[in-house]
Design a protein around this ligand. Structure first.
Ligand code: SF4
Ligand code: SF4
Length: 375
């Protein structure tokens, strides 16, 4: 019932140019990175030194603006490169009262640090008796030679696999922790994508395949990595296969096919409405894909979020979003926008039945969906 209530409220707000207090925060914990990926220029920039530390986090995230935050995505750069990663996450756990889920994507290079940070975080969540799910996805883009070429580091694959294996062991000991694999699809691995899926499927059921995109966030407009038109049918065929195999992600894959074939986004995004991004220096943005600073770390985020500049962004959102395939806050579509997701599943009964089976199985184990619905 609360999902329906949220959905009605969100729909009402989407018709206006106003926002709500965000439920989903993308926090760029650092701009620095130890990878050399072919589809990204973040690593190529000068090192950022004036990033927030855990003391700043406590101060900034105590603002009323964060009172509804349930989902926190820690992005980068490479998040685990941050020395005080554990202390920062600890502050989030203490400060964000309604926090339900923390997700992090990593290149997996720093196996020991990643393992130690996560062990400490899981211990802390338990001590605090908080009902918070923690999920990590390790980026693996193919077999060793292809992955190392894409990531620009000779030892990238071995490190990522070793991290994945260590985290898998942790996930077997903690019900609230999952580890998955995310694969970025680009021109260097499109020919191997079915084979990559087969290999990764044996390692985990938490898999995600996203096309490499051009965006100001990755500062990659001048790079050459995109899948060519001639390879698009391969990607579409692969996504059609995934729709059957991973029904919980079918909504996104179906919309990705639409986007790739008709060149515009046909599904809602709650960026700037219920999702916000904060960079490592404390600047607030409407979403991951825009470079317009709404508030700096010394300003009142709520005042700016509900102010004129943001209303203008929301007013123009339709046009900006048409060219964007971002799915980083997809959970907000499932739990807050809801109507478009339910329309999709209602019109695809076989996929819905498979999805329901997953939910039921997971619910009985007290896993992900149970945790979401219980909040
Ligand atoms: S894509 Fe991610 S891991 Fe690769 S260089 Fe960019 S920030 Fe680092
Ligand atoms: S669709 Fe893209 S540009 Fe539009 S709000 Fe969402 S993330 Fe931002």
């Amino acid at each position: 019932m609360s999902i329906l209530k949220n959905a009605i409220e969100t729909r009402k707000i989407l018709r206006t140019n106003q926002g709500l207090y965000p439920t989903f925060i993308i926090y760029e914990i650092t701009k620095n990175c130890n990878s050399r990926c072919v589809m990204c220029n973040i690593w190529n920039k000068e090192k950022t030194t004036d990033e927030l530390n855990y003391i700043d986090i406590k101060k900034i995230f105590s603002q009323i603006f964060f009172k509804e935050v349930k989902y926190l995505n820690l992005s980068g750069g490479e998040p685990f490169i941050k020395k005080d990663f554990y202390e920062i996450v600890k502050e989030f756990i203490i400060t964000l009262d309604k926090l339900n889920m923390i997700s992090v994507a990593t290149n997996g290079f720093l196996t020991n640090k990643i393992k130690n940070d996560i062990t400490e975080i899981l211990k802390f969540i338990k001590e605090q008796k908080k009902n918070i799910k923690f999920s990590v996805t390790v980026s693996i883009d193919g077999p060793s030679d292809i992955h190392n070429k894409i990531r620009g580091v000779k030892t990238a694959y071995d490190a990522a696999i070793s991290t994945f294996n260590e985290l898998k062991k942790l996930s077997e000991q903690a019900d609230n922790f999952t580890v998955g694999i995310e694969t970025v699809i680009c021109k260097y691995n499109i020919d191997n994508i079915e084979e990559i899926y087969k290999v990764h499927k044996k390692l985990t059921s938490h898999l995600n395949f996203v096309p490499a995109i051009y965006s100001s966030f990755f500062e990659n407009q001048d790079l050459d990595f995109a899948i060519g038109k001639e390879d698009l049918p391969k990607l579409i065929k692969f996504y059609k296969h995934l729709i059957k195999e991973t029904p919980h992600l079918a909504y996104f894959y179906e919309n990705a096919i639409f986007f790739l074939t008709r060149y515009y986004r046909n599904f809602p995004c709650l960026g700037g409405v219920l999702t916000a991004k904060i960079d490592s220096q404390g600047n607030l943005f409407p979403c991951l894909m825009t470079k317009n600073i709404i508030a700096t770390k010394n300003e009142d985020y709520s005042e700016k979020w509900f102010g004129e500049k943001m209303n203008q962004f929301r007013n123009k959102k339709g046009d900006i979003c048409k060219k964007c395939l971002s799915n980083c806050d997809m959970i907000n579509n499932y739990y807050y926008e809801f109507f478009d997701v339910s329309r999709y599943y209602a019109t695809h009964p076989i996929i819905s039945l498979k999805f329901l089976k997953i939910i039921l199985k997971d619910f009985l184990k007290g896993g992900y969906y149970a945790l979401m619905i219980s909040k």
